[in-house]
Design a protein around this ligand. Structure first.
Ligand SMILES: [Zn+2]
Length: 296
């Protein structure tokens, strides 16, 4: 058997400090939290909101199951955004408490950390999991391609409308994490499948913002995904439900030992230690690594 290429355990920088995760989770429902945002997002719509470093975002299902597509950017520089593929390599195809959403290059830092997940779904009999990193957002381009019909309230469209007020466009919308979404890969050929969302009213996830962020969500028009988006059976009416979004400021003592995340230590020199030409002969092996000063 091969072994995992990335191990997020022990003192690895991929690990969120367990004491911080536990302290933030334990502050739920106490007066150590001050509500900054308290908003019900209607079905089949988007919502974008800034989140300061050290704040906690809580997504709660209200009336029933609902899949939620999440995008995350650095607040001060939206070129920094959630890197779904690398996050998937670090932790696996589905995320839960303790896992972190990492940003793209050249930033590469934790944007947010899961501190609570009421579903804690694990793996089911179909080897499916919850809070999906296998798929991406539904979009009108694929819908047009596969069904020949336009539709303007896909997650890509909802996210685009939500961030327009923050100066972003559809080119800034990126691969999502699908909260509350159950997915897996077919046992024979590893094609993607989706299952019905099991969330009940009150199910929630919480994310600690590790730096200043802009977040945007879309309440998928597929609702709980019991009805296929395309193909056989797609003529049914999806079961869609609203979502409760809350942002909390935490009392200082909750974040003891925590500090905002910092950009990658790598200085971005990309081989120029050897000059701007290829080194003579054979390029050095990986053993030729040298420490570099961290960015301020
Ligand atoms: Zn969707």
């Amino acid at each position: 058997m091969p072994s995992a290429s990335y191990v997020a355990s022990g003192d690895s920088p991929l690990v969120a400090p367990p004491a911080v995760v536990a302290a933030v989770a334990a502050s739920a429902g106490t007066d150590a939290r001050t509500v900054l945002v308290d908003h019900i997002v209607p079905v089949r719509s988007g919502f974008a909101f800034p989140v300061a470093a050290g704040n906690v975002v809580r997504f709660t299902t209200v009336d029933g199951p609902q899949v939620v597509d999440l995008n995350v950017w650095g607040r001060d520089d939206p070129r920094e955004r959630f890197w779904a593929a690398r996050t998937r390599q670090f932790y696996g195809t589905h995320l839960t408490t303790g896992h972190r959403l990492w940003s793209n290059l050249p930033f590469l830092r934790p944007l947010a950390t899961f501190v609570a997940d009421s579903l804690a779904y694990g793996r089911d009999a179909d080897d499916a999991g919850c809070h999906d990193l296998l798929g991406t957002r539904c979009d009108p381009y694929v819908n047009q391609l596969l069904s020949g019909m336009p539709y303007d309230f896909h997650c890509h469209s909802n996210l685009t409308r939500a961030v327009a007020g923050f100066g972003l466009t559809e080119f800034d919308v990126h691969d999502v994490i699908n909260l509350f979404q159950i997915t897996g890969l077919m046992p024979d050929d590893k094609r993607y499948f989706m299952k019905t969302c099991p969330a009940v009213p009150g199910d929630h996830v919480e994310l600690l913002a590790e730096t200043d962020l802009l977040m945007a969500i879309s309440l998928c028009p597929g609702g709980d995904l019991a009805v296929p988006l395309w193909g056989d059976g797609s003529d049914g009416v999806p079961n869609c439900n609203p979502l409760h979004v809350e942002v909390f400021e935490l009392d200082e003592h909750v974040l003891t030992g925590w500090a905002p995340s910092t950009r990658a230590a790598y200085a971005g020199v990309h081989g120029t230690r050897h000059g701007l030409v290829e080194p003579d002969g054979v390029p050095p092996t990986l053993a030729d690594r040298q420490p570099l000063a961290a960015n301020p």
